[in-house]
Write a protein of this length. Structure first.
Length: 364
């Protein structure tokens, strides 16, 4: 599961990517600095893991991770191949969610491709290009499915109806994610279409240092613009975050954040939001050898969760032994939680909850 960072050239995408992944992607003051997409495997900050480490005192600790992709900047006409349009659109299609960076700061030393700062216009520029590309995809698919629908094929009739609703939505300059599906069949079809604008989106307002806590007038414009999109808006001083990551000690970083009025790096907030955007959640295994956070899809069953550790665990699944994170911490250990009756044995139908501390029994 990958989240792709998108936006116009020079809005801070690669600097943000470096903050998140420490991968040192090239970042410079000219358009199309990023051409090939950079991929970073980013640790997901989780205070629960730190607490489990404190209680269990394991030999090693392993965090959950999320893949972040830095994708080339997009310009007007990308849907028709302008700039790096076709390559950009192909890269974003391969991602599962979108982190859309919007420039919300003034700085005459950093050029803007359109000459002035206007995050509302910038967002609309990207949206229109993505919508136009999706419209092209939908119309091609409609041409094929119409013939099958005319023969009375029920599946084709359902698909044609959904495609027509998506087409009308795109023609109104709205994204495919705003189309409500009527049933599971339509949900599956929507997923199969792999439309760019059906992907969930998170907006990152890149601000100056003074606006890191409360945002600014540009941020207010973005919030008003996206209020009906069911999308989260995060305020981040990307340049300042880059400075924080360069500091060598935890104490130095903490003092820097306190001076800004922040409790934690904005990058940490963003990583957790991206993890949630991808519909991922965490369960833990906690033993003296290792305390580890495992990433699963929301709604995963116990066998599916076991399969993340090893496919044999899923194939030979017998049962899952589960203690909630809250109970584990309250009682201070697995043994004491068991004594208090907080230890549950769950079967194949169990839906894993975020924060479950689990052991699996299996036989292959």
């Amino acid at each position: 599961m990958k989240a792709g960072i998108v936006g116009l050239p020079n809005v801070g995408k690669s600097t943000l990517f470096n903050c998140l992944s420490n991968a040192k992607a090239q970042s410079a003051n000219f358009p199309f600095c990023t051409i090939e997409p950079n991929i970073g495997v980013v640790n997901v900050p989780d205070p629960r893991l730190e607490k489990l480490e404190e209680l269990v005192k394991p030999v090693r600790v392993q965090t959950a991770t999320v893949d972040i992709v830095d994708i080339a900047g997009l310009v007007k006409g990308a849907s028709k191949g302008e700039g790096l349009g076709n390559q950009f659109l192909g890269n974003i299609r391969e991602c599962n969610a979108i982190i859309h960076v919007l420039r919300c700061f003034d700085n005459d030393n950093i050029i803007h491709v359109d000459g002035n700062i206007n995050p509302v216009r910038d967002k609309e520029t990207i949206d229109i290009e993505l919508q136009l590309k999706d419209l092209e995809t939908v119309e091609k698919r409609l041409d094929k499915v119409k013939r099958a629908a005319k023969t009375g094929n029920k599946e084709a009739i359902v698909e044609e109806g959904l495609l027509n609703r998506i087409r009308e939505t795109l023609l109104q300059a709205k994204s495919a994610r705003t189309v409500e599906t009527k049933n599971i069949d339509e949900e599956e079809l929507m997923e199969n279409f792999q439309l760019i604008t059906s992907k969930p989106v998170l907006y990152v307002c890149n601000v100056d240092e003074d606006s890191a806590v409360n945002g600014n007038a540009y941020v207010d414009q973005v919030r008003e613009l996206v209020k009906d999109e069911n999308a989260e808006v995060i305020v981040l001083a990307v340049g300042t975050e880059a400075d924080i990551t360069e500091l060598e000690t935890f104490e130095e970083r903490k003092m820097f954040l306190e001076d800004l009025g922040l409790q934690e790096p904005g990058a940490s907030v963003l990583i957790r939001a991206a993890y949630k955007l991808l519909k991922q959640q965490t369960y833990f295994t906690a033993g003296v050898k290792e305390v580890r956070a495992w990433t699963i899809n929301v709604g995963s069953t116990a066998p599916q969760a076991a399969g993340v550790i090893h496919t044999d665990f899923e194939k030979g699944f017998i049962r899952a032994e589960v203690i909630s994170y809250e109970d584990f911490v309250f009682y201070g250990s697995e043994a004491k939680a068991k004594e208090a009756g907080k230890f549950k044995v769950e079967g194949k139908e169990y839906i894993v909850k975020d924060g479950d501390v689990m052991h699996f029994r299996f036989n292959v």
